[in-house]
Design a protein around this ligand. Structure first.
Ligand SMILES: *Cc1c(COP(=O)(O)O)cnc(C)c1O
Length: 225
């Protein structure tokens, strides 16, 4: 990867866009098949502005509180955008999450599904929803276990009336990502879920090859955290 210490976020963004474009073309997918989610967690508004000025409108944050501090002013200045929650969610933050985010990628247990359903009714606001799958079955990691995913998607739909758009995963850091991405794709297909959020700075091209519709790229754009 040709990210230099003195390169700017705008330079790095251009390179990420080019790499995504190549990966999409190389596997014969439509040019607009993959959405870049620019992961701006830990970065201040000043660092995010150049990426907004370069035209990006889809961002990811992993903490509700942090996003509530940064994004209202940026929305005011830049207009409509899609803000994704990509970090774990507590049920007592459901209302704040629903009012702050346009997409919530990390639904992983009935308690959260229920809290979100209630918050969405109360606020009459409907973010798009993804279920997070713990494809590596890591004890410390959020996400529903792969073997429980079908039943959980059904519960979200039938018990809580949630429209689930797709699935998200974060493979174990020390594993090859490809089996995890392939597994997520299989679970999504058998549950009629069109969206797949998989692939980060280190492996977004692989995610694209294996069917990602959303790649979540942070450090390759914003630099080291
Ligand atoms: C931080 C984060 C990313 C981005 O990671 P990079 O390696 O910086 O691209 C993607 N997804 C989730 C869930 C994250 O927490």
């Amino acid at each position: 990867m040709t990210t230099h210490r003195n390169s700017t976020a705008t330079d790095r963004l251009a390179e990420v866009r080019a790499r995504i474009g190549r990966a999409v073309r190389d596997c014969g997918r439509e040019p607009d098949a993959v959405t870049l989610v620019c992961v701006s967690k830990t970065f201040e508004a000043d660092a995010i502005v150049p990426v907004l000025e370069a035209g990006e409108r889809v961002f990811g944050e992993n903490r509700v509180q942090e996003a509530m501090g940064k994004w209202p002013a940026l929305r005011e200045r830049f207009g409509a955008l899609d803000l994704h929650l990509i970090g774990p969610l507590q049920s007592n933050k459901a209302e704040e999450a629903v009012s702050t985010f346009d997409v919530i990628e990390t639904i992983d247990r009935p308690k959260i599904a229920e809290a979100l359903a209630k918050a969405m009714d109360r606020l009459d606001r409907r973010p798009r929803l993804f279920v997070q799958v713990n494809t590596g079955a890591e004890p410390q990691k959020a996400g529903i276990l792969p073997e429980d995913a079908d039943a959980f998607v059904k519960t979200c739909r039938e018990t809580y009336g949630l429209a689930i758009a797709g699935l998200m995963c974060i493979p174990p850091v020390d594993d090859q990502a490809s089996p995890h991405f392939a597994l997520l794709n299989v679970i999504a297909a058998r549950n009629d879920l069109p969206a797949l959020s998989m692939g980060m700075s280190a492996d977004f091209e692989l995610g694209i090859q294996l069917g990602a519709t959303h790649v979540r790229v942070g450090s390759a754009i914003f630099g080291t955290r």
